[in-house]
Design a protein. Sequence first.
Length: 280
Amino acid sequence: MAKRILHIVTNVGQYDNGDPTGLWLSGLTTAWDRFEQRGFEQDIASPRGGDVPLDPRSLKFPFRNESAKSWLNNQERMALLKNTLPIRSVDPNTYDAICLAGGHGAMFDFTHNSELHNLIASTYERGAVVASIGHGYCGLLNVRLSDGSYLVNGKILTGPSWREEKLALVSQKVPYNAEELAKERGADYIRWKRPYRGSAAATNGLVTGHNNSSSADTVASSVCDELARLDSLKAKGSEPLYLVLTRSIPVRLSRTIPGSSFASFVLPGAGSTRAHRGED
């Protein structure tokens, strides 16, 4: 049976000052295309359902990649962004992974959306994969699991940094500092040395991509790897292993896995490894 992926996108098309924002198109389309190559079934949902505004910057060079261009020239594809499912209508039990797309609009309607948070928590706790691209990680920061803990607490994750918001000249427009909020929620946030890198971090069941555009393919590939790992565990009759990674556990870069863009991390005393993709 084909895997099913649910993409979550924003409905917000403006900053509070009226300047335009919205979905970062290439983040969604690049991931979609990668999953489509694997034969996965896919749907798109948004907090309200219906139309999805596009960040105009994502439609210009150099951010409009070949995937985004292809979608913009395909009426059938673009119709998917006019008729998204409302989150309240989504059955979380029907998807193998959910992927939160980026763009600054997500900072406004993902962060405090209880319907979205319940969907994410339910998906994660039944052993499916939760992923985000760029600002999509804002939808993870206030998610609480059934034991009351924050989903991101003790997890390695990444996403746009406050430094990058300043470099993009939007630090005065965004509603909060997402990097700082991630840290307040107990996340082991990775801020890459060079801005806007196409990198991703993975803790079992949770995949986060650093950049709205350049991380999309890396995130999609990581989700595919994670789904394959979970399938392998199920075939063996094993329960998925969920590591708890905290700042109190030193993480040491150990080696590059042959034939992969992953690098493994050795957690002293844990007897297990986790991995991340991309560049530092």
